[in-house]
Design a protein around this ligand. Structure first.
Ligand code: NAD
Length: 359
């Protein structure tokens, strides 16, 4: 018997096709009647359409959301929130837009309805990462957890195939680390395995047929489950490495997750056999690390950090940063192993079992 603590997160999820049409009803359930719709500049038109759809409840669009939630953009958006006297935000987009909604909620207490259009999973988490003066700080508070999440499969059809694959594997990474989390529990384990299986089945289909509704529905369902994993339990080595590579080397979020995951899994495999068995069962493969590596190739993702501009010379500094304040990890985080892991990820060679002489 494994003792555990399970903490359910209070959010309402509406899932389906065409569910965007229920937005007005969902605002009413929250007692809201004046919405500011948030988006990136790329999704401004979509946000305008949402405002129009909302009629009297759609007050305006703020379409300046950006990667890593810069505080100066949040402050600019807060001026609009005040001057327009809105009582909620509607974020339509990926993690960048959802991050802006969370940052506004943190400072104002405004309710959030979120309509995710990628698979990153931020909508299901009480986590907010913000950047100011080039520094990223992350906090965990229920104040930023969105009240309502509307998943509409139709909105994911426009997600380009490349980003669908990497965003989906970014989601899988949350579930993989949930399987060996120190604070894991049986409910999250079920969600994690199911999330990996749903994405593992759907992403290769999407890569060849991006408008396949069944596959899009499967991927979004998997993304929800994986986001819930990220929101509920602690992450380990893989997320630490990706934060290091994103924060200090400016590597792109989802692509970096996709490349690093098989190597982080190869590193942790000897210390987390049950998690590895579940990943294999979910993906229908014999080895978790190579199964994830092959999934990356099946979705046409870049396989080497070198292709993102990360050089052999960068390995040493990344090793030093990633091992300085390591997150809890099922296997000890030691510099030689991390150097090997990053060297492999830099070149993109097929992951090898790494027992490090430890287990
Ligand atoms: P993103 O939100 O930055 O979106 C990338 C681009 O794709 C944007 O231009 C966006 O407008 C566009 N896009 C999004 N959906 C689209 C669609 N369906 N069709 C066409 N274009 C679309 O990317 P992301 O990977 O979703 O989010 C990454 C950010 O989210 C990072 O800053 C990351 O740190 C953060 N994040 C936070 C959490 C959390 O729990 N706090 C979780 C995951 C990610």
């Amino acid at each position: 018997m494994q003792p555990f603590v399970y903490n359910g997160l209070p959010s309402r999820v509406v899932f389906g096709q065409g569910t965007l049409s229920r937005l007005s009803e969902e605002l009413e359930l929250l007692g809201c009647s004046r919405a500011l719709v948030l988006a990136t500049p790329q999704q401004q038109q979509q946000a305008q359409d949402v405002v129009k759809q909302l009629g009297d409840k759609g007050i305006d669009v703020y379409a300046q959301a950006a990667m890593h939630t810069p505080v100066d953009i949040t402050e600019d958006a807060l001026q609009r929130v005040k001057s327009l006297n809105v009582d909620c935000t509607v974020a339509i987009g990926g993690g960048s837009t959802i991050g802006l909604g969370k940052a506004i909620a943190l400072r104002t207490g405004l309710a959030q309805v979120v309509i995710p259009t990628t698979y990153a999973g931020s909508e299901m988490t009480p986590i907010l990462g913000e950047t100011q003066n080039g520094e990223k700080t992350t906090q965990r508070t229920l104040d930023v957890l969105p009240e309502t999440v509307i998943y509409d499969v139709d909105l994911t059809l426009t997600l380009p195939t490349g980003m669908s694959g990497t965003s989906g594997i970014n989601a899988i990474a949350h579930a993989v680390e949930a399987l060996y989390a120190r604070d894991g529990n049986p409910v999250i384990t079920l969600m994690a395995e199911e999330g990996i299986a749903a994405l593992g089945r759907s992403l290769p289909v999407i890569a060849n047929d991006p408008s396949n509704i069944e596959a899009r529905a499967g991927a979004l369902y998997g993304a929800w489950l994986c986001g819930a994993c990220l929101g509920s339990v602690g992450m380990s080595l893989h997320h630490k490495l990706c934060h290091t590579l994103g924060g200090s080397f400016n590597l792109p979020h989802a692509e970096t997750h996709t490349i690093v995951l098989p190597y982080a899994v190869a590193y942790n495999a000897p210390a987390a056999p049950d998690a590895m068995a579940r990943i294999c069962r979910a993906l229908g493969c014999d080895d978790a690390a190579t199964g994830l590596y092959d999934l990356g190739r099946a979705v046409g993702a870049t396989g080497a950090l070198a292709e993102l501009g990360f050089s052999v010379e960068d390995v040493e500094r990344a090793t030093e940063i990633a091992t300085r304040n390591p997150y809890w990890n099922p296997r000890d985080v030691e510099a030689n192993g991390i150097r090997r892991l990053l060297t492999d990820a830099q070149s993109g060679r097929r992951p090898q079992a790494d027992n490090g002489g430890e287990q």
